[in-house]
Structure formats: C-alpha cells, structure tokens
Design a protein around this ligand. Sequence first.
Ligand code: NAP
Length: 290
Amino acid sequence: MTGGVGGIGLRLTEWLVRRGARDVVLTTRRAPDQKTEAALHSLRALGARVEIATADVADEPSMTALLDQLDRAGRPLAGVMHLAGVLDDMLLAQVRAESFEATLRPKISGSWVLHRLTRNRELDYFVLFSSIASGFGAPGQSCYAAANAFLDALAHWRRSGGLPALSVNFGPWSGDGMARDLSPAYLRRMGVASLSAAIGLEALAHAMAGDHAQVMVCPFDWGAMKQNIPWVRRRRYLEEVDTPEAAPAIVIAADSADMPDPEAIMEEIRGLTRDNIISLIDRAAESVLA
Ligand SMILES: NC(=O)c1ccc[n+]([C@@H]2O[C@H](COP(=O)([O-])OP(=O)(O)OC[C@H]3O[C@@H](n4cnc5c(N)ncnc54)[C@H](OP(=O)(O)O)[C@@H]3O)[C@@H](O)[C@H]2O)c1
C-alpha cells in the first residue's frame, strides 16, 4: 500500500487485517512518527505482519528494490493499493511548476512505476485512490484533478488490456486525511458531504467485488451541486440523477472504452515542439468548453 501511513491508509490497513490480510507493506517517504508507531503496534496485535518501507513510489529503482526484496523473502506481491498523494490547493494563476510537480509525482509517475513493475505479475487487484476532483473539478485543485484524472485513465487502459485495475473517485473522508480541514459548510455549498471511514471502506469492498474500471463514491446533494457549481450543470451524465431526492450516496460506474496506448502518446508528445503542444491543448480546451 503506497501512502499507507496517511489518514486513510492506516484505517484501510486495519480494515484489510480484520478481513484476513496477514502481510501488509506500507510505503511512505518519511520515517514513522510516534502516533504511527502506536497504530502499527495495534495492527500487529491483531496478528498481521505490517511493515513500513521507506520509498518514494515515483522512484523506480527504490520500488524495484522493494519488490525484489519481497520476492526474495518469499512474499510475492498479491495486490496494490495506491494511496500516495499530495494535495496543494491554489488557484491556477498561482500554480508554480514545483507545486504541479509535487502533486503529479505520486499519482502520475507513481502509478506508472507501479504499472510498469507489476504488469507481468499475477495480481489479485490494482486499486488506485482517486478523487471526485477529476470527475467534477474543484476550485483550487487543478493539479490535483489532473493527477487523479491520470489514475482514472490508467485504470481504464489497464483493464482494456486485461490487467486488473480499479480507480475509485472518492469524495472527502471525515477524520484524519487530506480533507481534514474542509469545513462542512464549504462542502455543503459544493453539494457533497463527508464519507465516514465505515461507508468509504464498505463502498470500496463493493467496488472491488464489481467489474468496473472506475467507480465514484460520494454522498452527493445533486440539487445543491447543480445550483452552486455552474460547470457541473454541463456534465451530461448528471441528467440521469436529476432529482434533489436522488439517493444520498450513489455510485456512478463508467466502463472502459478502447484506450489509446499511453506509451504511443508519450512517444508522439516527445516529438512535438512547444508550439505544437500549446495548439493541441488549445484545441482540447476549446472542445471541452464548447
Ligand atoms: N482523504 C480524503 O478525503 C480523500 C478523498 C479522495 C481521495 N483521496 C485519496 O486517497 C489517498 C489517501 O488520502 P489520505 O487522506 O490518506 O492522504 P494523506 O493523509 O495526506 O496521506 C497520503 C500519504 O501519501 C504519502 N506520499 C505522498 N507522496 C508520496 C510518494 N511520492 N511516495 C510515497 N508516498 C507518498 C504521504 O506520506 P509521506 O509524505 O511520508 O511520503 C502520506 O502519508 C490520496 O491519494 C488521496 O488523493 C483522499
């Protein structure tokens, strides 16, 4: 589990251990603090081997070394939960290259490293923790939305090639984690409410048992969302949930279309000049705005 000692990671680990997981490796870039050590101690008391590996998920040599080490110890990887993420909200005009890089790194480079290192392994699951930000956008979260959109696309593309993959676009979780500072009033205006860990994890189990590449999980207030967030009104798929009484928590599932090969796209982009890239982005933006 990458990002495994974050707010959701430790709750997810407990949930996995209580459901029978006996060997869990959590990656993080920093050494664990006292609070984390105490949490690990309780998890181990439940009878599981729970280890921390200090590694940046986007650093391919470190991640290769970690997987080799597990293989040599006879503990082959059964599945991947990719939670590593960085949130650094700011308006687009204020975004600097460094904050873009910091936010994209764990999600784009990180998930790509995980994909490359595991694509020839038999995995039971490959779960990417994404956000509703990539589905609906969110003020101040352009980098974060882009980073999560990559996870969604990767899940579709892996599935279309027969590899396991699930991207879950979660809404904000209550308790510890990235969304801890969002005020309930702000969320209400945005038309969303927080997910309790119990509901989030139950929805995750439901999504993992299903057969979709991408599932969105969030308690939505569609009426407030459409009223207060103009760009959401333009989402055509929301016409299907056009009632204020729509279920408080619903799951939208999208199916994989035929996806172009990302390696081919990267190859094409590498050959482009700066001007070509700008006009490509202009055309894409125009078609979205239209
Ligand atoms: N919390 C929410 O409400 C929410 C909602 C929707 C989606 N999500 C997604 O769920 C995931 C977990 O969220 P969270 O709330 O648990 O976040 P969190 O508490 O901030 O934890 C994220 C973890 O990722 C680790 N990390 C960041 N960059 C890394 C890298 N390059 N390599 C390895 N580890 C890295 C961080 O540890 P180090 O800094 O020590 O590396 C941190 O422990 C995220 O991907 C987030 O986008 C969360």
